[in-house]
Every structure is written in C-alpha cells, then in structure tokens.
Design a protein around this ligand. Structure first.
Ligand SMILES: Nc1ncnc2c1ncn2[C@@H]1O[C@H](COP(=O)(O)OP(=O)(O)OP(=O)(O)O)[C@@H](O)[C@H]1O
Length: 253
C-alpha cells in the first residue's frame, strides 16, 4: 500500500534547548486518519513544523508520497492548518487567501476560482469571501484556513487543533467534511471526542516519544495512561467503559 508519510529516526531540539522529539518512527498509509494527542508542550506542533519542512530535523528523515521532504520546499500534496490561524491568513481578502495555494500550484484562473467557490461552500464561509481575514472571528478564521487547504486538494492534511474556537455547528461541519475526504490526515487535538469520531488510529506523544499507539477506542479508554499525561478519557467512553471515573455517575452517588 502507498504510504502518505514516512518518518524515520526523527529527532529535534530547538537551539540550546532540551531535546523535544527523540527518534520517532511513523508510517501513515494513504487515506489513513491518525489522531495525535498529548499534553501541552509535548511537541505536536513542532512535529508538524518538521513535517511541513518549516523546521529542519536534528536527525532523521521525512518523506511524503515517496519524496524526501527538504526544508523550505513547497509540497502541494501537504496541506497544513496551523494552530494559530494568524500565521496562515495574510492576504487582503479571504477569497485571495483561499486562492493562494491553488495559484502557487500553477492552476488556471478559472480552476482557482472554481476551487475557491467549492472550498468556501464546503466550509460554510461563502458569505465571508470579500472580508479581510484579520477582521474575522476566531472560528471564522479557522474555517477560512481549512478552506485554503481544501482548495489545494492535498492528499495529506496536517491539522493542528482544527476544532479550536469552533462553535458546535462549525465543529460538526468540520467533522463531516473531514469524514467525507479520502485523503490521509494527522490530526493533533485536545478535542478527544473528535479524535474518537474521526480517526482510524491514535498516537500519544509525550516526553519526546510515542507512548501509546492503537485503535482510538482502546487508547482513549486507558484512564491511568491518559491521567499520567494530563489527559482524560472522553466523556462518551466514560459512561460505558469506565464507570468509576464517570462524572455523571459521581454526581448521582
Ligand atoms: N521556537 C522555540 N524555541 C524554543 N522552544 C520552543 C519553541 N517553540 C516551541 N518550543 C518548546 O517546545 C516544546 C514543544 O512545543 P509544541 O508547541 O510543539 O507543543 P504542543 O504539543 O504542540 O503543545 P500544545 O498542546 O500546547 O499546543 C514546548 O516546551 C515549547 O515551549
């Protein structure tokens, strides 16, 4: 099966800082959806910046669809949604921001316009296309950033906290939208319910290494493991699998 992403022996430290990631190995199959969970400061965003060739590994290699990732290069197969959308939206209008990726792929004006229409309809932001990105709300900015990567048609999405700032309606739209796409994705999130709903596999990153890996229902049910790393079993798993830690049951007792 074709691999969307292969990470080998990947290590990283920021200059003069302690090591953040040590010797990571990971393969993502084409179309596979993997959740990346871990406490604050575990290195999830750092890992994404390495995969997006924004940072250079201290050691090891990354390849996307059998091509080595080199720092500074543009990989349209890779669509990244940054945790801080202000790092991503920089054009005078939302329309231009969504068009930026497809234009850099050398597509015709007509095709770029078609993709902008399609991506804005899928994300529900058709009414925002002529607005200035820096005047949007946090949730609107998030959906505009997601529309930008949808418009590129990337085969691998790196989503860093994509549901942050979204209200229930936009969050549901995002989950449905991602569920319908057949691209591979690595989804870093503290929204464990979303990880549970969307992902085929989950990885727990902490202390610079993957501490657990497996089916979302299994990893996310492990109360002691999650507690050790500052996480909680998601509510939807507590009531059926682990009644001892169910807040609803505690309230009744
Ligand atoms: N430019 C930098 N220079 C030095 N240290 C940094 C830099 N950027 C991040 N760090 C440190 O690297 C560690 C990993 O940060 P990172 O943002 O990758 O974590 P994260 O898992 O994404 O956290 P969160 O869940 O809070 O988003 C943290 O200790 C952070 O303080």
């Amino acid at each position: 099966m074709e691999a969307a992403l292969i990470i080998k022996n990947l290590s990283f430290r920021y200059e003069e800082e302690r090591s953040i990631l040590h010797d990571l190995h990971l393969t993502l199959a084409a179309g596979e959806r993997v959740g990346l969970i871990g406490p604050n400061g575990a290195g999830k965003t750092t890992l994404f910046l390495l995969l997006g060739a924004i940072l250079k590994p201290t050691k090891g290699s990354v390849s996307l669809f059998d091509k080595a990732v080199l720092p500074g290069a543009f990989y349209p197969e890779l669509g990244m949604v940054f945790q801080n959308t202000n790092d991503q939206l920089f054009c005078p209008s939302v329309r231009e921001d969504i068009a930026f990726g497809p234009m850099n792929m050398g597509l015709s004006e007509k095709e770029v316009a078609r993709r902008v229409e399609e991506a804005s309809a899928l994300t529900g932001i058709e009414g925002l296309l002529d607005r200035a990105p820096h005047h949007l709300s946090g949730g609107e900015k998030r959906m505009a950033a997601i529309a930008g990567i949808i418009a590129m048609g990337s085969r691998l999405l790196l989503l860093d906290e994509p549901s942050a700032n979204l209200d229930m309606r936009y969050r549901r739209r995002l989950i449905n939208l991602l569920q319908q796409r057949d691209c591979a994705m690595l989804l870093a999130s503290h929204d464990l319910e979303m990880v549970l709903e969307l992902c085929d596999r989950v990885l727990l990153l902490a202390e610079g290494a993957f501490q657990a890996e497996g089916a979302p229902r299994e990893v996310l049910s492990e109360h002691s493991l999650l507690e050790k790393y500052g996480l909680e079993v998601p509510y939807s798993l507590r009531s059926c699998l682990n009644r001892e830690h169910c807040p609803r049951d505690k309230a009744i007792r």
